[in-house]
Design a protein around this ligand. Structure first.
Ligand SMILES: Cc1cc2nc3c(=O)[nH]c(=O)nc-3n(C[C@H](O)[C@H](O)[C@H](O)COP(=O)(O)OP(=O)(O)OC[C@H]3O[C@@H](n4cnc5c(N)ncnc54)[C@H](O)[C@@H]3O)c2cc1C
Length: 244
């Protein structure tokens, strides 16, 4: 039996933040990552702070940026015309349908410390759309900074640029598998923004002219570090060529 010791559904961000001051308490969004984690370790027990009553599921346009409320579901973003086509496609690719109808954009960002984060094509897509993370309890910051620093705070909104064509190139064991390495790019007025998955603990923004500079990918059963570097270089070149 999984032991959920207590469940809270706060009605305000202040109440949620106060509950989070207890390090034993965990934020619950779509639950696709955190509920299985609790089930795997039933002896530890968990107390959830469910974010669903906070009205964080709205989308809004602010000038040339789109603001996604943290509780917006990937399944809804996938079919929303305001979401750039590349990101809608990445929402579809991120998870199978049953999971993406529950998983949220805030949970995807909040899961940055998990083992699956390295392979998140959606986080890579957000990076190339110059995503910024709005937080309650910590200073707002770029997504790249958030992935580096992983601050304690409640993600309230993820905002991003929407203009410019984008594309991706991937290699997986099969077309349906999570890519071993993926390159995601977007053309902007100031040049191409490029991000890679599968080469570090989280997706990373890289220099399109030298995409593997400084990378030391991990090795695992899906591919050695050298193989991943080779894929990164090849896939990045394909994306840059398509966007040039
Ligand atoms: C390639 C890939 C494959 C995956 N495959 C699977 C799979 O097959 N099965 C599966 O169960 N999962 C899978 N995941 C993991 C998980 O489904 C995703 O990361 C999902 O997007 C998490 O969203 P959620 O809303 O369900 O988050 P939750 O599970 O609710 O939360 C995830 C983490 O984020 C924190 N969090 C949630 N909301 C916030 C917020 N607003 N602010 C700050 N922190 C927050 C939580 O405390 C928790 O630590 C996969 C992920 C990737 C990248």
């Amino acid at each position: 039996m999984p032991s959920v010791l207590a469940y809270h559904r706060p009605q305000s961000l202040e109440d949620a933040w106060a509950l989070l001051s207890n390090p034993e308490h965990a934020l619950l969004a779509g639950g696709t990552l955190i509920v299985p984690a609790v089930r795997r370790n039933p002896d530890a027990g968990a107390t959830f702070i469910d974010l669903q009553a906070l009205g964080l599921d709205t989308l809004g346009v602010d000038g040339d940026r789109l603001n996604l409320g943290a509780m917006a579901r990937l399944g809804d973003l996938m079919v929303d015309a305001r979401v750039p086509a590349l990101l809608a496609d990445l929402c579809r690719r991120e998870l199978p349908s049953a999971l993406r109808n529950a998983a949220t954009i805030g949970g995807t960002v909040g899961a940055a410390g998990s083992v699956t984060a390295a392979d998140s094509v959606l986080l890579a897509g957000l990076l190339v759309h110059d995503a910024a993370v709005g937080l309650h309890g910590a200073a707002d910051r770029s997504l790249a900074d958030y992935l580096d620093s992983r601050p304690v705070g409640i993600v309230t909104v993820v905002s991003m640029e929407t203009e410019g064509a984008g594309t991706l190139a991937v290699t997986g064991r099969t077309p349906a598998d999570v890519p071993i390495v993926a390159a995601v790019g977007r053309r902007t007025p100031s040049g191409i923004r490029l991000a890679l998955t599968g080469v570090a603990a989280t997706p990373v923004l890289v220099d399109p002219t030298d995409p593997t500079a400084g990378l030391e990918p991990p090795s695992d059963f899906r591919g050695s570090s050298d193989y991943r570097l080779h894929l990164a270089s090849t896939l990045a070149a394909r994306v840059v060529q398509e966007l040039s």
